[in-house]
Design a protein around this ligand. Sequence first.
Ligand SMILES: N[C@@H](CCC(=O)N[C@@H](CS)C(=O)NCC(=O)O)C(=O)O
Length: 219
Amino acid sequence: MPLKLYFHPLASFCHKALIAFYENDTPFVPHLVDLGEPTARAEFLAVWPIGKFPVLRDEARNETVPESSIIIEYLAQHYPGKARLVPDDADLARNARLRDRFFDLYVHEPMQKIVGDRLRPPGRHDPHGVEHARAQLRVAYDMLEQDMSTRTWALGDDFGMADCAAAPALFYADKVQPLADGHPHVAAYLQRLMQRPSYARVLAEAQPYFALFPSDDSH
Ligand SMILES: N[C@@H](CCC(=O)N[C@@H](CS)C(=O)NCC(=O)O)C(=O)O
């Protein structure tokens, strides 16, 4: 099996890459990395010293591919399937990348900031940073509410890369800043994403790990 994915089932950016694999039933070997385990951590850092997953290793092409968006692009280029996650049309592809960036930078990263702050030890919290992240999420939610009032998926009718990015970003963002508070179209979009078989499978596989998620600020 030429494709090996370094990942963790709870990790939101790993969800994004897994959706792309499952959309096309692309075969791969899952390699679960426990970053808290020193040997596993050292082995992973030898592959990608930045230490963030997902990372794809393609032995057949002797390529190491980090970054969730780049993994999706790589699969679309070298292991294409029935789901065209990156559109062939250049303008549509640019739009897909813009929406992908939007979800990563303005939903996913603020969500990570809020969740990450819950994991900090007492006295090391960053309330200013968390408030900034919450304000960023509010702006992103408002923009999405308008977009999703007329669309099924992020770009319209076809599920694609931007939806892979949206699913985990909104799933976890909703836990720290609920969408139901004034964003019904985005909340409905999240429901569609969760019911999509590829993401439903990712969530089912993450289920045994959800107890590790810091569900409130008391962590
Ligand atoms: N830009 C990266 C972000 C990856 C990322 O933040 N991964 C998190 C898990 S969701 C991670 O590896 N965290 C471990 C750490 O920072 O030590 C991508 O798109 O893949």
